[in-house]
Design a protein around this ligand. Sequence first.
Ligand SMILES: N[C@@H](CCC(=O)N[C@@H](CS)C(=O)NCC(=O)O)C(=O)O
Length: 200
Amino acid sequence: MKLFYAPTSPFARKVRVTAHELQLGDRIDLVLVNPWSDAELRSLNPLAKVPTLVRDDGQVLFESALICEYLDHVAAGGLYPAPGEARWSALLRQGIADGISAAAGRLFADEHRPDNERSGSVMQRQAAAIEAGLDRLERDADTLSRELADIGAVSVACALGYLDFRWPDRAWRDGRIELARWFDVAGQRRSMVGTQHHLP
Ligand SMILES: N[C@@H](CCC(=O)N[C@@H](CS)C(=O)NCC(=O)O)C(=O)O
């Protein structure tokens, strides 16, 4: 399989961490791209976004949630609990974490636009979503898997790692003791250490 990724993308990292946790890392060739300009990526994915996965049979998948579920299928299961409360909870956490990552990505991009090209109210909305999403994660942090044993925990670790990457001084840990403690451990997983964000 071939994974088109960018080292700054929390969604691409989520797929890479998932692959590591499922012991599929050595079955995936990584292709580092700039999603804004890469012609091959655009020819494979009409949205021209990372992550994009080319399967062994040549079929192309995009959307990190779909790619992670596909990898779980290839590995014959592991990160997705059977239908029931544990599954809904893992998928809801993935949704919250991905929402935080998306809001953080938009906020970061807006912060780097000229003043006349950004909207204060939109930026405030993104910041509010990040803060409220983190509060929600803190509320249930005691049930998060330190071993990144489900897709919800993988997604949360990647969202928190992205906040640390983009805003090393942002105090997201303040008042969120359980989440911070959880990330101190989960962030040290080999899958996380081996996929650290960096500038291209
Ligand atoms: N919902 C998508 C989001 C993917 C996404 O937004 N990727 C960003 C990088 S973090 C991207 O490729 N941006 C390029 C663009 O928007 O053209 C997923 O989960 O895969």
